[in-house]
Design a protein around this ligand. Structure first.
Ligand SMILES: Cc1cc2nc3c(=O)[nH]c(=O)nc-3n(C[C@H](O)[C@H](O)[C@H](O)COP(=O)(O)OP(=O)(O)OC[C@H]3O[C@@H](n4cnc5c(N)ncnc54)[C@H](O)[C@@H]3O)c2cc1C
Length: 415
């Protein structure tokens, strides 16, 4: 039964690689078409199989340096570095199913943009997504170009998924927990809920997670949906123009965020989350110069109301919106498992074409040092996918055979 399912999947992939439309694919599948070893369609699969040859070694060169970034101040110390697979048990052995051309890990704007491009390059790909895209937190984005009335994050993601599926991308829900690369073959093996999957290349588009203040998750999400709690001054600072804004944070990150938001409103308060502010005298001078108020913590309670949000710290405060500036955690674990180099700020290091220093491994979006915006994530997804396509083509040319209508008609009719 499993074999029949695999054969059907292989047939579907072969036909899709041939550029055969869904209707005809369905009809051919119903006829139980199979490809003799010497048929043209069979040769397509052989090419895919041939493509499992080990990647040519590539000069990795020095890593791209960090770019100037408004979120520079949000840098976190890296967690303890791990040796590649130091604590990882080996992945389960995988069946002889042909490997994917590319496995995309992460289905946010970066991963889904890459998936749209990759599937339109006629490559066999799959997206595995943990379903926690930061984009899904966006009540309405007003800075994403092309949507003058704004777009809800969940809807944007759904549109992108639909677009990717339209060109044949398979999108699976799940968390990839293990990634390995075979040095001899260059093939990657990824382990997730439905078992191991092999791929000739992997794109990590795993994003970051913002640290939240300690509020009940339901109350938090409701307040975020109503714009009482916000996380992205670049995205929605415009929406707090001339409003009362509280920033939950301190230190370099808190100061940078407060000063950034000061260009939107004259009413900015920086509230220390845990105790008294610990600020250098230059930071204090900087805040004083632009009239940013300082309130010591600890914050004991945050209470969203109808249209304002109350913060209980060393005094009781009321704001139109608060911005937690508590940092974020970058999802770099899979990159570490295969020994990719990280940047000083704990992102995955890439070159100008989104290549990591591990052959066949690419990264895009928030997980790479950058602007942490949808447009940037999408741009990097486009660059990464085209690099992947071109690197794969160097290993084995991506050429389509002329379509033989006659042989397809024969297969369809069962002759
Ligand atoms: C409240 C808020 C509002 C924002 N508003 C805007 C805005 O208006 N405009 C704008 O441009 N940007 C906005 N942003 C930023 C924007 O959401 C991000 O820059 C964008 O989502 C980054 O895309 P990404 O694909 O890199 O990562 P993400 O969208 O975070 O997607 C990463 C995906 O990878 C998955 N993943 C992680 N690890 C694994 C794993 N091991 N296995 C499988 N899947 C995995 C995650 O579950 C997630 O689905 C906002 C962010 C927030 C938090």
């Amino acid at each position: 039964m499993a074999d029949a399912h695999q054969a059907a999947q292989r047939l579907e992939t072969d036909l899709r690689l041939r550029g055969i439309g869904p209707g005809r694919r369905r009809r051919l599948a119903q006829t139980g078409a199979c490809f003799p070893e010497n048929s043209r369609l069979r040769r397509v699969r052989s090419r895919a199989e041939l493509a499992t040859a080990p990647p040519a070694s590539r000069s990795t060169g020095p890593r791209a340096g960090p770019v100037s970034n408004p979120s520079d101040a949000w840098l976190e110390p890296c967690p303890e570095r791990r040796e590649p697979n130091a604590r990882a048990a080996p992945c389960e052995p995988v069946s002889d199913t042909p490997p994917l051309d590319c496995l995309v890990i992460g289905g946010g704007p970066a991963g889904l943009t890459a998936a749209i491009y990759l599937s339109r390059y006629h490559l066999a790909i799959m997206v595995v997504d943990g379903g926690k895209s930061r984009a899904a937190w966006i009540p309405t984005s007003h800075n994403h170009a092309g949507f003058p009335d704004g777009i809800n994050g969940v809807e944007l993601l759904e549109r992108m998924r639909e677009q990717a599926r339209r060109f044949g991308t398979k999108i699976e829900s799940g968390q990839v927990t293990r990634l390995e690369r075979d040095i001899d073959t260059g093939l990657f093996t990824a382990e997730w809920g439905s078992g191991p999957v092999r791929a000739r290349s992997v794109l990590l588009a795993t994003g970051v997670t913002n640290r939240r203040p300690p509020i009940d998750p339901e109350i938090h999400d409701d307040a975020m949906a109503r714009g009482l709690i916000r996380y992205c001054p670049i995205c929605d600072g415009y929406e707090v123009t001339d409003k009362r804004v509280g920033i939950i944070g301190t230190g370099e990150r808190g100061v940078a965020e407060a000063v950034f938001l000061r260009s939107y409103t004259g009413d900015v308060t920086l509230v220390a989350p845990d105790g008294a502010h610990q600020l250098a005298s230059e930071e204090l001078d900087r805040l004083k110069a632009v009239d940013i108020r300082l309130v010591d913590g600890p914050i004991t309670h945050i209470e969203p109301g109808e249209s304002t949000i109350a913060v209980q710290a060393s005094e009781e405060l009321t704001f139109d919106s608060i911005y937690p500036a508590l940092g974020s955690d970058t999802h770099i674990q899979l990159a570490e498992m295969v020994g990719a180099t990280l940047t000083e700020d704990c992102c995955i290091g890439v070159d100008d074409h989104q290549r990591t220093d591990v052959d066949g491994l690419y990264a895009a979006g928030d997980v790479v040092h950058g602007l942490d915006q949808i447009s940037h994530a999408m741009g990097e997804g486009g660059v990464a996918s085209t690099t992947i396509r071109n690197d794969l083509a160097k290993l084995s040319p991506l050429l389509r055979d002329p379509v033989g209508e006659e042989s397809l008609d024969k297969l369809e009719s069962g002759a």
